[in-house]
Design a protein around this ligand. Structure first.
Ligand SMILES: [Zn+2]
Length: 238
């Protein structure tokens, strides 16, 4: 029972209607959803689900990577039944912060690679802040201060992002995303490409802002040394 992922097509969709495919306890599966699950290093959305005057909170959203089934974990599911049509509404302030921090993470990762040859090894975008792990022998804070300053100058330029779908074979021809695309399971025939023109291009399923200007301003929170060449940077937006 695959759930159609509406957020892949429009990061700004705040409301949607969907049919309930299954309810078990306080967990519910819909035929389509704009709620982004915890996946790809980006935190899940929250919000609510309503049917008439029945309303329940969406506390957590999870995706099954194999079946693409998305589970909404509610505070309670009383009054909701299989086949019902419900209305979903996202907590927009939280989602928009996740989008701003996610696009900021792409900027910083691209600049760290371009200027310091630092490969990203992990990351997590949460509502309050984001963290990125890099393979980088240097330990000086100036490296990250420089990357954040450069990212902020890209923010100020107001670059419009491009999000589009490409056939796997076409995507594999693009420099930079080859490695990621090769890691995708072979049954994935079409890849969603997120491009920050002139800076970064990635195969990526997460929500992003339309324009870097929406990020407003990135600030460095802290840096941690995680072993010989592993550096973790925490950053946030206003
Ligand atoms: Zn991403």
């Amino acid at each position: 029972m695959e759930t159609k992922q509406l957020y892949l097509y429009d990061s700004y969709q705040k409301e949607f209607e969907a049919k309930i495919l299954n309810v078990a306890g306080s967990q519910m599966i819909l035929d389509q959803t704009a709620f982004h699950p915890l996946t790809g290093g980006v935190a899940h959305d929250t919000g609510h689900i309503a049917k008439g005057n029945i309303q329940h909170r969406v506390l957590r959203v999870e995706i099954n990577r194999e079946t693409k089934e998305i589970t909404h974990v509610l505070d309670a599911a009383g009054g909701l039944n299989i086949g019902d049509v419900v209305k979903g509404t996202l907590d927009w302030e939280r989602r928009h912060r996740l989008m701003r921090l996610h696009t900021a993470a792409h900027l910083i990762a691209a600049i760290m690679y371009r200027d310091y040859n630092a490969l990203i090894t992990g990351g997590q975008v949460d509502c309050e802040q984001a963290k990125l792990d890099f393979n980088l022998p240097r330990t000086d804070r100036e490296v990250f201060e420089d990357a954040v300053a450069k990212a902020n100058s890209e923010v100020a330029k107001g670059i419009a992002l491009k999000i589009y779908f490409l056939e796997r074979t076409e995507a594999l021809k693009m420099p930079g995303i080859v490695k990621l695309a090769e890691r995708m399971p072979p049954q994935v025939k079409e890849l969603r490409i997120v491009e920050i023109p002139g800076i970064d291009v990635q195969a990526d399923g997460g929500p992003h802002v339309n324009n870097t200007r929406e990020i407003d301003e990135i600030s460095l929170v802290k840096i941690e040394n995680k072993g010989k060449t592993q550096r973790r940077v925490y950053f946030t937006v206003k």
